[in-house]
Design a protein around this ligand. Structure first.
Ligand SMILES: Cc1cc2nc3c(=O)[nH]c(=O)nc-3n(C[C@H](O)[C@H](O)[C@H](O)COP(=O)(O)OP(=O)(O)OC[C@H]3O[C@@H](n4cnc5c(N)ncnc54)[C@H](O)[C@@H]3O)c2cc1C
Ligand SMILES: *[C@@H]1O[C@H](CO)[C@@H](O)[C@H](O)[C@H]1NC(C)=O
Ligand SMILES: *[C@@H]1O[C@H](CO)[C@@H](O)[C@H](O)[C@H]1NC(C)=O
Ligand SMILES: *[C@@H]1O[C@H](CO)[C@@H](O)[C@H](O)[C@H]1NC(C)=O
Ligand SMILES: *[C@@H]1O[C@H](CO)[C@@H](O)[C@H](O)[C@H]1NC(C)=O
Length: 494
């Protein structure tokens, strides 16, 4: 009797301990700084984890969507920021499905690679012929490169399983280690050139094909790290898609679905108001003529914290929080409505110019990274691409604003030019490793993920990781964070 009574007591004590974990008072208010795809998907996933009682407040100083944005030409919108999504970007696929949005499939087109004098590669209508040409010029490089990208992607896709089971990581290094071991971490530290050379891929292939791809996707050479290089290569695979009506629709709809309060103002500072077991943070904001502040239990910063990209200051934190080392790269996007000067590309007769996308290699002669004829965000059933001699909407990427003479070189004539100067993505060789995710007990930083690779899906993955991490840390479910050997653990759980 006594023994059983004692056992009951132990049992009760144990359940009490367990219950304590379960009934941890939930957070009252969460602030998210930034309503790009990162901040918006963070709102969405935080709502899923913390339930309907917590207040989710999203601060946005510009337009919802951030680097997902459009401009209007002739009454139609065109993507000027993040524009293509990979078919295996499963969070974006899920958002579109859950939010009742639609895919906008690409319109077939031909691409070529220009070196300032002539095309070093031209795509034809016939896939096999292209393959043979590539093979002839570059040997087995293409096949090896494809296998390399596939292998990285296959391992990377494990993240969706981990996240579906609720597992989170406290740093990007922990996440990479869990997905692909030491090798994955190495991929963020060594250049794509060096890595591909080791695989036996020729310098010519790297200089012409790989460089053209890293230039169009990241405005940088093949000296960027191998991980982001692989993401760039995946960004030219087949089956790429976009969201009908514009990619930024995903952001506004996620915020709505998460019942987030959007506050259109600029956050100026974040301070630790009250420390202890559950600290409280103050967020200060400022518009042209008014300012204010509010208090939060959890903060997610979903905008890059580097010198040129932010003015947010931090106070009350030890050690102090300051912007991270490293710069963001300026990419100028010029959307030009006009007639391409096909002579510049060696085609005096505009009717015979077959390419819609022109990538480039590195050359002092070139003032642009790429140029492409683009389709509007809404594509009707009878949509057709413009004939080469017709006026079309072209998107030019360049490191510097195009001078008038440069525009006159690229275009025979034009009706309009709209220019956007983006702080687009990290300047990959300027940083010092990958920034942390946890800045303080309940302050999380999303955009460090961009230093492994900047892409729409990467921000969504980082957002889900932060929602899971914030939830598990709040409730002290430490067994859901940085677990080793997850591949096997998940197999046995199923
Ligand atoms: C030209 C270009 C082309 C690209 N192409 C592709 C592509 O084809 N495919 C792809 O996957 N990715 C692409 N990317 C990358 C992709 O767009 C980004 O990685 C992604 O959109 C980043 O989203 P984010 O929410 O993390 O950041 P952001 O979109 O930058 O969101 C941050 C938000 O925070 C707001 N903010 C900043 N400071 C404050 C403050 N103090 N107070 C309040 N609000 C603040 C900003 O206004 C912004 O809206 C491209 C990027 C660019 C620039
Ligand atoms: C990682 O890189 C280091 C040198 O940069 C090398 O010594 C090590 O073998 C690499 N590890 C793997 C698993 O490739
Ligand atoms: C474009 O597509 C979106 C999403 O399907 C739709 O909501 C919008 O009305 C469309 N706009 C036009 C001009 O067709
Ligand atoms: C930071 O403040 C300076 C001075 O007011 C301003 O010129 C700059 O544009 C601001 N930067 C950002 C990213 O808001
Ligand atoms: C077009 O390109 C050719 C060749 O580079 C150049 O001579 C010409 O001035 C350009 N502009 C026009 C309007 O043809």
């Amino acid at each position: 009797m006594a023994v059983s009574g004692w056992l009951t007591l132990v049992f009760l004590l144990n359940t009490k301990v367990i219950l304590c974990h379960l009934v941890e008072a939930p957070p009252k208010k969460i602030a998210i700084i930034g309503a790009g795809v990162g901040g918006s998907s963070a709102a969405y996933f935080l709502r899923q984890k913390f339930g309907h009682n917590v207040g989710i407040y999203v601060y946005e100083k510009g337009a919802i969507g951030g680097r997902l944005a459009t401009v209007t030409v002739n009454g139609q919108q065109y993507e000027i920021g993040g524009s293509v999504i990979h078919p295996l970007n499963l969070h974006m696929q899920e958002f579109v499905k859950q939010l009742g949005l639609k895919h906008r499939k690409g319109v077939p087109e031909k691409a070529a690679i220009f070196n300032g004098d002539h095309f070093v590669f031209e795509e034809t209508d016939w896939y096999l012929q292209d393959l043979f040409k590539l093979w002839w010029r570059y040997g087995f490089g293409l096949l090896r490169l494809q296998m390399w990208v596939e292998e990285i992607m296959e391992k990377f896709m494990r993240i969706y399983k981990y996240q579906a089971h609720g597992y989170a990581f406290s740093t990007m290094e922990e996440m990479l280690q869990s997905l692909g071991g030491e090798r994955f971490i190495n991929l963020t530290q060594r250049s794509v050139t060096e890595t591909l050379q080791e695989l036996g891929i020729t310098q010519r292939f790297i200089d012409e094909i790989v460089t053209a791809v890293t230039r169009v996707n990241y405005g940088q050479s093949a000296s960027i790290p191998a991980f982001v290089g692989a993401v760039a290569m995946a960004g030219v695979q087949s089956g790429l898609w976009a969201v009908e009506g514009g990619n930024k629709l995903v952001c506004s709809q996620m915020l709505e679905s998460a019942k987030a309060h959007v506050i259109h103002t600029t956050v100026t500072s974040i301070s630790l108001q009250q420390s202890g077991d559950k600290p409280l943070y103050q967020v200060k904001y400022e518009n042209e003529n008014e300012g204010g502040y509010d208090f939060y239990d959890i903060i997610v910063i979903a905008t890059p914290l580097h010198h040129e990209t932010t003015n947010i200051t931090f106070s009350g934190f030890t050690p102090p929080l300051t912007p991270f080392a490293g710069q963001y790269k300026h990419i100028i996007v010029s959307v030009v409505h006009g007639y391409l000067n096909s002579s510049y590309f060696g085609f005096p007769d505009p009717k015979l110019f077959p390419f819609a996308t022109i990538l480039t290699v590195e050359s002092p002669k070139l003032f642009m990274l790429s140029i492409g004829s683009i389709c509007p965000v809404n594509i009707t059933a009878n949509y057709r691409r413009k004939q080469p001699q017709e006026a079309a909407v072209w998107k030019v990427f360049s490191p510097k604003p195009l001078a008038k003479e440069q525009l006159k070189t690229l275009f025979r004539s034009y009706y309009s030019v709209q220019v956007t100067d983006w702080l687009a993505y990290p300047q990959y060789n300027s940083g010092k490793g990958i920034p942390p995710i946890i800045l303080h007990d309940n302050v999380y930083y999303l955009n460090g993920v961009e230093w492994t690779a900047s892409a729409i899906e990467m921000s969504a993955i980082a957002a889900k990781n932060i929602a899971l991490l914030a939830y598990s840390r709040w409730n002290q479910h430490l067994d859901m964070i940085d677990q080793k050997d997850l591949v096997h653990k998940i197999k046995t759980e199923l």
